[in-house]
Ligand binder design. Sequence first.
Ligand code: GLN
Length: 562
Amino acid sequence: MTKYIFTTGGVLSSVGKGTVTASVGKILQVRGFSVSAVKIDPYLNCDAGTMNPYQHGEVYVTEDGGEMDLDLGTYERFLDINLSRENNITTGQIYLTVIERERKGEYLGQCVQIIPHITTEIKRRIKEAAKRAGVEILLVEVGGTVGDIEGLPFLEAIRQMRLEEGYMNTLFIHVALVPYLEATGEYKTKPVQHSVQELRRIGIQPDIIVARAREAISGEPRRKIALFGSVDDRAVFFSPNVESIYQLPLVLDEQGLGDFICERLGLPKRKPDWSSWEAIANSMTKGDQVVRIAMCGKYAKLADSYLSVNEALKHAAAYCGAKVEISWLETEKFEQDPSSLKKLLEYDGVLVPGGFGSRGAEGKIMAIEFARKNDIPFLGICFGFQLAIVEFARNVVGLEKANSTEVDPDTPHPVVDLLPEQRGISELGGTMRLGAEPVLVMPNTLAHTLYGREVIYERHRHRYEVSPEYREAIESKGMVFSGLCVRGVRAEILELPDRYFFFATQYHPEFKSRPGKPDPAFYGFIKAALCKKAGKPKPDFSDPPRDYAAAYTAFGRRVQKR
Ligand code: GLN
């Protein structure tokens, strides 16, 4: 039987609920308990796939092709597990199911209502996720902030679950901000008190309060949170600022969180084994060298829009004993002022990540050209891969107006074109080529050195591809397609052997990178950037990570339902 730990958030969003939830999972995992996690998003979208990453953060792709909230990435990275599309529940999915059922006549005679029909469907999905995962503990994070209208049916559902599953099988953690007032130099607990009251009004009394504050605070503020939050003094924990988020599980467990949870849920008290996680968390902060990476894109304003890429860079840097400094460069600026490309010379590596649409695309192509000509280590991902093809086709193959049809539908040389199966698709939700697919790695290539295997399973999210008709012309000029799909037509990896490091992938390697287990493409990029910076010859990549999360989890893939 699964026990449930529900996390809610108070005061405002972005208090790190996802990281706290993932940390709680880690705390239980190092005690030998099996855990999985579910994220609830109270928006009406069926999934995150159609949302703007600039407003909502990146779209995280799961093994089975779910386009999910970025918290799923945090869970996968902390817990080193693969989650499925069913681990992200949204209001849109719930209503769609209930309304479809109503249309089929399955509720014949009944008035279909939020309570009980919507709440029952919410509970069904949570319990179903627990059953499928077959774990001892399921973490369920309720997105949004307590008090939001959208969140109410979910809070009502988890309130009922306390009654149905029993006190010893359910636990509520409330994560809320404790602001610091500069003027008076004190921490203010009133917002936390109010958000707990709001939670109680709906019928949920938290068992644990995690206060998000600049530092771990003791004394009066803690006493007040406990007293007015109606929890034991021992049930108040602090989530302070940490240098690396991977330290948070350790920081929380030092305060006694793990033992408190076990006691409260009647779980056997076990000594945690932190050895390997501690080493990983420490490696994230200890690097003595610095590697500077220029990320060239258009969603440059919000760091969360490329969260997994940022994390993958950090994992790879830590593996190489370094720290990474990431700068965001808006590629539209390169278009307006090409002389600003010179700025790229200040960096050890240039990364062009995934993206969509024509805005800023020319600037990305300019950045790729600059990196290639100046031999700055380059990593291209998805759109970055496609635009590297466009750049090479134009400037090396001599197809002057070559382009992707996504950027210029009338290009005379569509070197990147719509995937054949995409033609005729008009709906935009969940219709891309999505999820893990096998990639064949060609022998005697950099890709093979880095990955060390013939087949890898990598996650995709795209509509366009390199047109097979242009492959020969491109290859004849020295570009190597070192990764192909199983049928051999679809290009998945490209490299330029005459460059110091020029590597790009059609898939998204960032989604499989985990702390302590960096993705090999990111490892290669960072290692090359470090060696180049030190003035060393091309590295032989003799110590690539062999333990990376390459495994394929099929989850009984099924056709997506919208
Ligand atoms: N826009 C490109 C495509 O749809 C690349 C997508 C991406 O970078 N995720 O194929």
